[in-house]
Ligand binder design. Sequence first.
Ligand code: PHE
Length: 367
Amino acid sequence: MPLSENWTYKSHHSPYKPNMTDKLAPIAAAFQEALSQATHTKELEAVKVRFLGKKGEIQALLVGLKDLSGEEKAQVGKGINELKQSLTQEIANAEARLVAQEEQAALASSWIDVTLNPQGQEAGSLHPITLVHQRLEEIFEAMGFLILDGPHVETDYYNFEALNFDPHHPARDMHDTFFTQGGRLLRTQTSPIQIRGMERLKPPIRMVGTGKVFRCERLDASHEACFHQIEGMMIDKGINVGHLIHTMKVMLSEMFEKEVEVRLRPGYFPFVEPGYELEIACLLCGGKGCAACKKLGWVELLGCGMVHPNVLKAGGIDPTVYSGFAFGMGTDRLAMQRYQINDIRHLHNGDLSFNRRFSTASQYQVY
Ligand code: PHE
């Protein structure tokens, strides 16, 4: 309701103190004027301070009351209070209106359609490492393996101790890692997933897990401080090296869609005994030698071996009853071989046109 209809302090209503009540009408008029000009909540706030603030016009009137006699005080005071209430109500109404207006304006000017491509570009695509992980998981799922996951920030126990690395064993030197202040570390390998898996599952166990791992590496064409691995494990009664070799062959020939040349060398990992390193003839240079294979012609693809009895015990499995194999493979180099990428640093530089080369249209994802 406009103030003019509401307020009652025109001078003729106040015979006792015309001077005092005369002040109300101009204030009311000035308020209406200021209110009509406030088109934003910030301006409205200024109007509120001017009229209703601690040093505002209404307060000044209330202070002036002290000079009046009792009867006048009551009458004029009542008038001031009614004016105050009226102004307060009008401010509140205006505020509600302006806030709603501003919200509408903000919605109209800053809405985004989250289903649209950023900056009108093409949709994103799956990274070559993701494609390799998805393919590997498919291959293993088809062989009855469970797909597990594990945390990037690990404890010393899961990353080393339960995997049969003694506290001061030199094998730890190969896993120069990043420690957090609480004594945790960024996992250096996906092998902690073996322990976490054994803790939760009972043999027979077939499991794989893929993910990021971290080591303090010097960067070059084939080394990054953050890279990726797939880990796998099979545990049952009577598992032997034959099961390991067969499973690796199936995985690699499915992955590369052809028979690849492989060789096994003895390799040391504290959590397997015996342990091997499996290498394939470099698919980039056909075995002649290039930057990706360090001119060797062979690319070390994975570590593997028979699970060490101490590791089975750490996983709550009786090594006198069960045996198993385990393997771990860097998937960055696998992706490089698979997609003929000659420098690992391409994989992390966030270049979308690079990533898109490896996705087919059907693999495009809209986020
Ligand atoms: N975790 C080993 C590494 O990162 C690889 C590995 C896994 C070797 C399982 C043997 C068995 O080097």
